[in-house]
Design a protein around this ligand. Structure first.
Ligand SMILES: NC(=O)C1=CN([C@@H]2O[C@H](COP(=O)(O)OP(=O)(O)OC[C@H]3O[C@@H](n4cnc5c(N)ncnc54)[C@H](OP(=O)(O)O)[C@@H]3O)[C@@H](O)[C@H]2O)C=CC1
Ligand SMILES: CC(C)=CCC[C@@H](C)[C@H]1CC[C@H]2C3=C(CC[C@]12C)[C@@]1(C)CCC(=O)C[C@@H]1CC3
Length: 334
């Protein structure tokens, strides 16, 4: 049986490159692109089919920042497929980002320059907003909409005979100090992206604890710094073009400057080839690119405590109960 793979945020950047690479690995995969913009999704599908005319590529409309859309997409996916082998939780946003050039310049002359340039620690702040569901947009898009999708798709994901794998696109910008259990949506701070990505790491750890015995595994990847619509939202593209020679030099000091979506998808493609049971729940898998442009994957232990992950997971379940009741939707399966 050919694996069924669903990719959220497949219409551009890392998600779209991932789809191309998955078909190159195995032209028989049944690929479902879950996207909010159907025009962009159709264009991506056409590109994929041009390279692999016999490929099975379908589309499903999914806006992870709308619970109604998530519920509708989940029931459509359940109608179409009997199981899901890989679920790439990749859609993400980093809106209204401000770069602190003062921190950048002083950081460049400190002993932490490489760390700063690979994690963006202390450099970025965001202005978040509230969605129609009444949730913080970055939290709902990057984490909670995906969490609800997983919970709704449990019947397709939990099978002891054949394990399934969730693969979250996290970030080197995930930071413990940006996250708080008392304000896990990050409504008060200005680092909603860092907080949402740390929350992603916590959720993945807790999902492993609760679902491994049912044949569902979860892993987290970090694509490195990649030139996509997300990064073009931080600085204009001409600025990035000017910075390109510097970024090639930075590659001599850190392997995290993967720069192209193809390179950034390396860890996701690597995970696609692993046995879910063989993966370490506490590791983050990083896409890396050498100065010569050679790709590899490196694993690094996450800065996550299992007790915090469990408390956060219980909070996510409480929020799920609350929002589903508001929508008059049945709770996801136990
Ligand atoms: N670029 C980088 O350097 C890094 C990126 N990441 C993560 O990689 C992931 C992919 O981002 P990247 O490829 O860089 O950026 P892109 O902006 O190119 O891709 C993001 C994708 O997510 C989709 N998306 C955004 N909001 C929603 C939504 N509400 N519902 C459904 N889909 C949505 C976008 O859809 P649409 O095309 O309609 O906008 C797009 O397809 C994100 O999770 C990001 O946080 C992590 C580390 C580094
Ligand atoms: C000299 C030089 C490369 C200047 C660019 C400065 C900053 C704009 C970048 C330095 C580190 C970058 C970074 C990201 C965005 C751009 C920087 C802040 C990300 C936050 C993009 C999204 C992620 O998920 C992680 C990236 C970490 C590094």
């Amino acid at each position: 049986m050919q694996p069924v793979v669903l990719v959220t945020g497949a219409s551009s950047g890392i998600g779209s490159a991932l789809c191309k690479r998955l078909l190159r690995e195995d032209a028989g995969v049944r690929l479902c692109l879950a996207c909010r913009n159907m025009q962009k999704a159709t264009a991506t599908k056409a590109v994929l089919l041009a390279a692999h005319p016999a490929a099975q590529v379908t589309l499903v409309r999914l806006d992870v920042s709308s619970l109604e859309s998530v519920l509708r997409a989940a029931s459509e996916i359940q109608r179409r497929f009997q199981r899901l082998d890989y679920l790439f939780l990749n859609a993400g946003i980093m809106p209204n980002t401000h770069v602190s050039f003062k921190a950048l310049i002083s950081g460049l002359f400190s002993g932490r320059a490489v760390h700063m340039l690979s994690t963006a620690e202390g450099l970025l702040t965001q202005e978040d907003c509230i969605t129609a569901d009444g949730l913080q947009a970055v939290f709902e898009t990057n984490l909670f909409g995906h969490f609800i999708l997983i919970r709704q798709l449990e019947p397709l994901l939990c099978c002891l005979e054949k394990p399934s794998l969730l693969i979250w696109t996290s970030s080197s910008n995930a930071r413990k100090s940006a996250f708080s259990l008392t304000d896990y949506q990050h409504s008060k701070g200005k680092e909603s992206y860092s907080s949402s990505k740390y929350a992603t790491d916590l959720a993945s750890v807790a999902l492993n604890k609760h679902f491994n015995k049912q044949g569902l595994y979860s892993s987290v990847v970090c694509p490195g710094l990649v030139m996509t619509n997300l990064t073009y939202g931080i600085l204009p593209s001409f600025f990035w073009k000017l910075l390109m020679p510097i970024m090639w030099i930075i590659r001599f000091f850190t392997k995290t400057y993967t720069l192209t979506p193809y390179n950034g998808a390396e860890a996701q493609v690597w995970l696609f080839k692993q046995k879910p049971e063989s993966l370490d729940a506490l590791m983050k898998y990083h896409s890396c690119t050498s100065p010569m442009g050679k790709n590899c994957v490196e694993s690094q232990k996450m800065d996550v405590e299992e007790e915090t992950a469990e408390i956060f997971y219980q909070k996510l379940l409480e929020l799920e109960k609350h929002v589903l009741a508001k929508l008059n939707a049945p709770l996801s399966p136990k």
